[in-house]
Design a protein around this ligand. Sequence first.
Ligand code: SAM
Length: 250
Amino acid sequence: TSFGFKEVHEEEKSRLVGNVFSSVASSYDLMNDIMSVGLHRLWKDRLVSKLNPFPGMKHLDVAGGTGDVAFWILETLNSVKRRATQNFLEDNLHEETQIFVCDINPNMLNVGKMRAMERSLGEDKSLIWVEGDAEALKFKDNSLDGYTIAFGIRNVTHIERVLAEAYTLAWVLKRGGRFLCLELSHVEVLVFKELYDYYSFSVIPAVGELNIRRFPSQTFASMIAAAGFQKVEYENLVGGVVAIHSGLKF
Ligand code: SAM
């Protein structure tokens, strides 16, 4: 690569990424808190508030790992429901919400399933764990209200395929469906740069090697538009360390 690392072939890359997350799955959540000094929670909170989840929604969280984004969505819905019940506004509350968590790595999903049980989330079958590749989702028949991917797009080999898949293939985002992507982008603040480098090079070296600064931050917006999404926007958080890109399917 242009950063002086050895060239890594695509298959090798997928294998390496898979292996890295297998070995860190059980410590991933702790590491995530430490490395982002807890900030990833705020970023995910922002992602979910932009999504604006509603009871009865069908949602897909890709590269969902140990379930953080899905849990955030369900917890948001639970508080919406509590408020509505208090105010006797119970219409539509009992529609069946389905949140699919898709990840290529079964170890991450297994950690996620355990965490869901610990938190008593998904007992109503609202959480569905699916092993799958963001580039080739195999699902049929669902129309989705939303699609999220958090800290996952850097890890895939072909970003365009992921976007095309989100837009057109098997999972068809229904009209008005939202695409939201949370990702590290330009690293403009020194402390975060160091944090990011540490996270990328030391803690999970293979991922760092493969992905560091390859992610095309702001140009990503044009890729989302090229995939067909409308109203593509992005919001920079903490000085552009992290960005949330969004698009709508009309
Ligand atoms: N979204 C979670 C979060 O924000 O905590 C997990 C993010 S973790 C940094 C990246 C995840 O992407 C890992 O769980 C990894 O297994 C998954 N992943 C990597 N390549 C993938 C692919 N091609 N398809 C689906 N998931 C993938």
